[in-house]
Design a protein around this ligand. Sequence first.
Ligand SMILES: NC(=O)c1ccc[n+]([C@@H]2O[C@H](COP(=O)([O-])OP(=O)(O)OC[C@H]3O[C@@H](n4cnc5c(N)ncnc54)[C@H](OP(=O)(O)O)[C@@H]3O)[C@@H](O)[C@H]2O)c1
Length: 261
Amino acid sequence: MAKRSFAGKRVILTGASSGIGWYLASDLVRAGAYVVIAGRRSERLQQLRLSFGNPQKRLIAVTGDITDAEHRQTLVTTAVEQLGGIDLVINNAGMGAIGNFADASAERLRRIMEVDFFGATELTRLALPHLKRGNQPAIGIVSSVLAHRAVPGKSEYCAAKFALRGWAESLRVELKPAGIDVCNVAPSTTRSEFFDSLLETARGTQSRSAGSQSPEYVARNILKALRQRKRDLILSPGGKSLVWLGKFAPRFTDQLLLKYA
Ligand SMILES: NC(=O)c1ccc[n+]([C@@H]2O[C@H](COP(=O)([O-])OP(=O)(O)OC[C@H]3O[C@@H](n4cnc5c(N)ncnc54)[C@H](OP(=O)(O)O)[C@@H]3O)[C@@H](O)[C@H]2O)c1
């Protein structure tokens, strides 16, 4: 199977205004792609666009909230009208909250599912007819190691990321005859603005993790996974260990999480 090249590829990338998405956009442009970049913070998207001097419309910024159906349609229309089609959609936009489910509102669950799950699935639905006519077409999903093993205090986020992984697994087989790859990449804790943008942080709680990775490293490895046509990838050794332990010693893992998470 030929490796995927990004040269000349027409991409929609969500969550490009900071963190992992910022570096995904930068690396894609360097690799020769044309990218429609999305996020709510317009000034950040412009900053990213201008950092490349925007040669030949390599980066096209579209500001909006991924939960807004009109914004999702604009992303697809912009790619089709200005780039001539869509070869790759990377669903990267995401957010979370910290705190126990019992203390949280119904709105918190709804909002996280809307952003992390429905934002990605419904954007992909709109892009699918165009991806079917694309060149080496693919759907990239930035999920999380918490899509493989859930932890306490992040139940809504884990649920949304588990849902994404289940959806991706089904879609991968459905889209095989159309030649569209589905690549699900699971980062562990990443030094981005994620923890500054939490919907809620319960008093006295903090996110604990054994080590973290840089957004540059994570972005590079997401693109490597797409290039190598990987299906499902957990990025960090710590993440792999957690998933392995959770699978083979689930009760012990629960106890460890109760004590340390
Ligand atoms: N950081 C971690 O530890 C970690 C670990 C595993 C997985 N991940 C996943 O990696 C992805 C990228 O996160 P990151 O670490 O790079 O965090 P980040 O710096 O906070 O970036 C999140 C991106 O998502 C966008 N976004 C959030 N809510 C949005 C909304 N309602 N509509 C449109 N865009 C929205 C943000 O843009 P605007 O604010 O401009 O809208 C931003 O560009 C997320 O899916 C996250 O779940 C992160």
